[in-house]
Every structure is written in structure tokens, then in C-alpha cells.
Design a protein around this ligand. Structure first.
Ligand SMILES: Cc1cc2nc3c(=O)[nH]c(=O)nc-3n(C[C@H](O)[C@H](O)[C@H](O)COP(=O)(O)OP(=O)(O)OC[C@H]3O[C@@H](n4cnc5c(N)ncnc54)[C@H](O)[C@@H]3O)c2cc1C
Length: 269
């Protein structure tokens, strides 16, 4: 199967995380001409995961799994393009920061936004972070707070114990993690404000208490980056953006299904 003359690609994949790279590899290995765009770098969330947990039969780190996925995709013939895709018009005309292209089918695998706190002021880079492996070392010897109630908030809290003098989890909802993190205080509550002037010194909670903290790692408030999804025939969504259970294995499986669905669609059109 080859691209029609009036199209640059058979399949455009938007977002080269585990879902997008899996969809791209599957389609390329069946003979399609596939390009995968990423706004940052291939790998998506994997790039910021230290030890990967919950991936059946695999013991690895995020960057190592990312390298293996990228290598497999490129070996199958996938071309990687860098740049944020800003529009997917009917047809499909793909508009990106690095230029435009035309494709016969599209897989959108753009994942979730980072989490955020619903508090006054912009505290980004002044103590509020979303990645323990990236920003944890900046808080060596200081108390930090993790805001979140899911498996990944607990996982990140465990990683932060290697750096911080004390880690406290503030869980807005009923905790959904598989195992309570050992030696970490868990408080139910919501954050109403960040304390401090140039940099944060603590957090105010809805129950009126305050917590000393040099940094806060936020794992709530993420939402699907779904702006490019439409119901156009030939457009498929995969991974976290499509609402799959937010695990690597689920995103990979969803990417596989989307890649195969795109192949079937192009064979029939
Ligand atoms: C802190 C944390 C730790 C986790 N740890 C684990 C773990 O140990 N084990 C596990 O199974 N799961 C873990 N997860 C869940 C897992 O990381 C996700 O479910 C999975 O990465 C989703 O993959 P994805 O391909 O759908 O999206 P992502 O990995 O988010 O990839 C989306 C990609 O799309 C790109 N993109 C977005 N918009 C555009 C655009 N407009 N144009 C071009 N590119 C775009 C992004 O740059 C990104 O590279 C963790 C999640 C979090 C938050």
C-alpha cells in the first residue's frame, strides 16, 4: 500500500507517546507511509517516569522504554517530525509549527495536560512542579507536598522520599492507589493557596491549616488534550486522550487498535 499522489503520508500520527508510537509502528510495519509528530520529544509521559511500574513482565525505566519504542518505530519506517500540530482539517491537512502536510488518515494520541492547582497566582517554576524525577533533586533536604489521590501520585511521592526531608500527600479524593505509601503522611483535603513571596514556603488547605513546604508536586487537574479529535471518518484517537485507563499497557494496546483500524480504513477507502 502506498500514499496516494496527492497526499504526503498515508497516516499522520499526532503525539509520539507510547500510544502514538505503537499506532505508528503497527501501521508502518504493514506498508503504510507514516509520520509521527511530537510537540516536545518522542516518548511523551515516559520521558519523565523513573522506574516503570505495572507494565506486565517488564522491569525498566521510562527513558529506556521510550528508546526501545522509538527504535522499533523508526526501524519499521516511521518518520518522526518535531513540532506542535495546531490543526487537523478535513481531508486531512495537518498544520504544524514546522509546516503543513497532507495525510489520508490520522491517529490523535496527544495524552493529557499536566495537572495544576486551582489557586490564585502563577507559581510555575517557583515551587509548583509536576515531575518528581525532574524537579525532586531541587528540593533536597526540604519538606515537599504531593497533591493527588491516584496510583501515580503515590508512586511519585515514594520517589521524592529519596530527596526531600519529609513528604506529605494531600489527597483531594478517596485514595485510589493499590498500596499506601510507607512512611508518608496522607491527609485528605484540598489546597486553597500557595504561601510565600518569590518562592513558595507552604500551602494553605481548605480546612484552615497550613503546611510548610519548599515545593508541591501536583497530580490533579489533568485533562485530555482533545482539541484535534473530531468524528471525521479516518480519524482515530488512542491512549490517555481517548480516555483509556491511564496505564502504559492500556495506552500501548489502544495504540495497537488505532493503528490497525487506520490500516483497515485505508485498505477499504
Ligand atoms: C507521574 C506519572 C507517572 C506514571 N507512571 C506510570 C508507570 O509507572 N506505569 C504505567 O503503566 N503508567 C504510568 N503512568 C501513566 C502513563 O504514563 C500514561 O498512561 C501513558 O504515558 C499515556 O500515553 P499516551 O501515549 O496516551 O500519552 P503521552 O505519554 O502523554 O504522550 C502524548 C504525546 O503527545 C504530544 N502532543 C500533545 N499535543 C500535541 C500536539 N498538538 N502536537 C504534537 N504533539 C503533541 C506530547 O508532547 C506527548 O509526547 C504515569 C502517569 C503519570 C502522570
Amino acid at each position: 500500500m502506498s500514499a496516494r499522489e496527492d497526499h504526503d503520508w498515508d497516516l499522520a500520527v499526532v503525539g509520539a507517546g507510547i500510544a502514538g508510537l505503537t499506532a505508528a509502528r503497527v501501521a508502518a510495519s504493514r506498508g503504510l507511509r507514516v509520520c509521527a509528530w511530537d510537540a516536545l520529544s518522542p516518548g511523551g509521559r515516559l520521558v519523565n517516569i523513573g522506574e516503570v511500574v505495572g507494565y506486565p513482565g517488564v522491569k525498566t525505566t521510562g527513558p529506556d522504554l521510550m528508546s526501545a519504542l522509538l527504535e522499533e518505530a523508526m526501524a519499521a519506517g516511521v518518520e518522526i517530525a518535531y513540532g506542535e500540530v495546531t490543526a487537523v482539517a478535513p481531508g486531512f491537512a495537518v498544520t504544524s509549527a514546522e509546516g503543513d502536510a497532507a495525510a489520508r488518515a490520522v491517529v490523535v494520541a496527544t495524552g493529557l495536560t499536566d495537572g495544576g492547582l486551582d489557586v490564585p497566582g502563577d507559581w510555575t517554576g517557583r515551587g509548583v512542579a509536576t515531575c518528581a524525577t525532574c524537579d525532586g533533586p531541587l528540593h533536597a533536604g526540604k519538606p515537599v507536598v504531593v497533591v493527588g489521590d491516584d496510583e501515580w501520585a503515590a508512586h511519585e511521592a515514594r520517589e521524592l522520599t529519596a530527596f526531600a526531608s519529609r513528604v506529605t500527600i494531600v489527597a483531594p479524593g478517596e485514595p485510589r492507589w493499590s498500596a499506601a505509601p510507607d512512611g508518608i503522611e496522607v491527609r485528605r483535603g484540598t489546597v486553597t493557596g500557595v504561601l510565600g513571596e518569590d518562592r513558595m514556603t507552604g500551602l494553605a488547605l481548605a480546612d484552615g491549616t497550613e503546611l510548610d513546604a519548599g515545593g508541591v508536586f501536583v497530580y490533579t487537574g489533568a485533562r485530555p488534550r482533545a482539541e484535534l479529535i473530531s468524528d471525521a471518518p479516518g480519524l482515530f484517537a488512542a491512549g490517555d486522550v481517548a480516555g483509556t485507563t491511564p496505564y502504559l499497557v492500556a495506552a500501548a494496546a489502544d495504540g495497537l487498535h488505532a493503528g490497525l483500524a487506520a490500516v483497515e480504513y485505508l485498505e477499504e477507502s
